[in-house]
Design a protein around this ligand. Sequence first.
Ligand SMILES: [Fe+2]
Ligand SMILES: [Fe+2]
Length: 354
Amino acid sequence: MIVPLAAALNSCRLYPGHHPSIMQHTTEALGSLRLHMVQNKVVIDAEDHNVLRINGVSVAVDTAEAKKLFVKLRQRGIARIIFGKGIDAEELKGFFLALSSSGGAFGTFENIVVSSFRKTETTEQEPSLADVHEIAAVRRLYREIRLYKNVDMPNVDGIVGGIIAGIRKSRDLSRLLLPDSAGEDRFYVHAYNVAMLSVLQAEHIGLGNALLHDIGFAALVHDAGKTMLPRYLEDRHDSLDEEGWKLMKKHPVYGAALLSAIKKVPVLAAIVAFEHHMKYDGTGYPETRRHAKKLHLVSQMVGIADWYCALSSDLPHRKPLDPPAILGLLNAMAGREFDPLLVDNFVLAASVNR
Ligand SMILES: [Fe+2]
Ligand SMILES: [Fe+2]
């Protein structure tokens, strides 16, 4: 993969920006990047001692072209580049032209994140292209459901696969959860984070990959019914009047109906959409005559995840609580709103260091 990237960079050095050779090499480099995407991205690390790492795998820098690429990255102080799935030839060409120049600001790219050596040495959170992609993928999932009553399964596989890989690497909630977002994206970030925490609990119980996939999917779409409510309800979630709440409380029923009408959606997703606001002690909504302790295990895990995410998010009227404070509150609710065994499981799952 290094050779086509190096060739594109070289053509930018040799020819003026509009020369067809640049676009030809860039297109080849783009094809190679797409072939090497893992979880919708390619990560290139330029480490010391003439070693480049592509998606974590070391590649010897032993050809002239590869050396030029390596040296250029080092000259520009670049420690890491992340290429995201949405990248196109124009954007990649802009990146190579910026890289081939002798210095100055790098500019910003929608689907490429460049980190300097100095930045990776700090603990400061980097702007994460991966985050942007996850949000875009969840947005796409909801759009398909709402407009076309359809689900693009490879898109879901990508999101849930990334979640499962993430929790197997680290249990640090501050790393796993996406940061709060403003506007419409807040809804998608919430869906993603609830899925992350639901899969975390399910994996800790010991469930296998196939089940984790369905649980991740169900958790991602637990609030699908909200897409059938007037938009202002979500925007004013914290200051709804009685009428607004009446409508809001219909989202589990709407969600279950919407999801059960889509063939590709596992039945579990409709069950979770219906039950995620029903509580262990019989409170919550929708009100049914069914014994609350018969709630589906996954609905209960998603309910805990949903509750956690609500307390950890930054809202206009309330600052987010930190993880220890939320876990303390959760422990106090064991046996009331939440099943005590599932509370224990959540606390343990979130506390294991990896
Ligand atoms: Fe909900
Ligand atoms: Fe929710």
